[in-house]
Design a protein around this ligand. Structure first.
Ligand code: ZN
Ligand code: ZN
Ligand code: ZN
Length: 335
């Protein structure tokens, strides 16, 4: 087992028989036995060495068992760097197909390598996470089970969800939202941290709502429909897309200019939110705050107001500059 150690120069192997069995046993029990011996002899004793094959929980287990058994303290560094049981038991049925555990469902479940198609429709899920012997659920029952507190779907619910799953699978990768037209890849990636501390990211997929069959919706539109039980109107979509575009442009540090031809003021970076340019809902143009107010009152191109505003802004800027100069002059010279 410790071939690397045995093969080192000057090491004389001294094999001992720790256990013998009168008949052949499942290989997994040998691995379990190895783990027990590792704990009893204190050879798994290098807790700062954390890898996929030697997670922290296994060192904790070894420590708590040794503590419980009141075994003497160990002074050596140990020998094993891998928790043997990580390899687990060989599950002979894992690659065979098996029926979904839900009696109301007649779908088959498949192992990863034997799926008829590489779509999420054929995902196989554990009925009880953490219990490999608890039975398999198909993707539909498994997802429902997870989202409904352990409840299993009825045949009617399964049929409805199946339609949704199939529409999603048929659409393929990177599809456009049926309402706003944005692609899946246009949405920012979401970060996650797994239970083992592993970090990663995923893209949220467009989904089909049960009450809106055949139509793929992007995550925000899906949530909107779920909450309000209605779709956004064309006008609402345009306003939302315009606002999203403005926010993205701002995030990227692009120049944001007032779209009123008489103004064209550029938004200064780090402007407080209330003084930022805004997408006006009436005229659907990005405008600076004063012209946004005018546009709301229905007078986007009122020459007099435009000129008055420009004059007032120039005065304000001048006053501000003068104040700044004064402040600079009155500040004591710094070395
Ligand atoms: Zn099922
Ligand atoms: Zn959308
Ligand atoms: Zn403006």
């Amino acid at each position: 087992m410790q071939l690397g150690q045995i093969c080192r120069n000057g090491v004389h192997p001294e094999f001992r028989n720790l256990a013998s069995f009168s008949h052949s046993i499942e290989k997994g029990y040998l691995v379990l036995f190895e783990g027990i011996v590792m704990i009893l002899l204190g050879t798994y004793n290098h807790p700062s060495y954390i890898t996929r094959y030697s997670p922290k929980s296994t060192y904790d287990l070894a420590t708590s068992i040794r503590g419980f058994l009141n075994l003497p303290e160990i002074t050596w560094r140990g020998m094993n760097a891998t928790w043997s049981l990580h390899q687990g038991f060989l599950n002979l049925v894992v690659t065979s197909e098996s029926k979904c555990w839900n009696p109301a469902c007649d779908r088959m479940t498949y192992s990863w390598s034997k799926r008829p198609e590489p779509t999420s429709v054929y995902r196989r899920m554990l009925r009880e996470p953490g219990n490999p012997l608890g039975g398999y659920l198909c993707a539909i029952c498994g997802t429902y089970h997870r989202c409904h507190n352990g409840e299993l779907p009825s045949p009617a619910v399964i049929a409805r969800i199946a339609l949704r799953f199939e529409a999603r699978a048929k659409a393929g990768a990177d599809v456009a939202c049926g309402t706003c037209g944005r692609l899946e890849s246009q949405f920012s990636k979401r970060h996650f941290m797994g239970r083992d501390g592993r970090k990663g990211y995923y893209t949220r997929k467009h989904r089909v709502h049960t009450d809106l069959p055949g139509k793929l919706l992007c995550p925000p539109f899906f949530e909107f429909f779920e909450k309000g039980k209605r779709e956004r109107t064309d006008e609402e979509v345009q306003i939302l897309l315009g606002t999203t575009h403005l926010v993205t442009a701002r995030g990227r540090g692009e120049t944001i200019r007032c779209k009123n031809p008489a103004c064209g003021a550029i938004e200064v970076s780090n402007t407080p939110p209330k003084q930022r340019h805004i997408l006006n809902r009436r005229v659907r143009l990005v405008l600076c705050p004063p012209f946004n107010n005018y546009a709301n009152r229905g007078s986007l191109r009122n020459r007099e107001q435009v000129e008055a505003t420009l004059a007032r802004r120039m005065q304000e800027e001048e006053r501000e500059r003068a104040q700044n100069d004064d402040a600079a002059a009155s500040r004591p010279e710094s070395v």
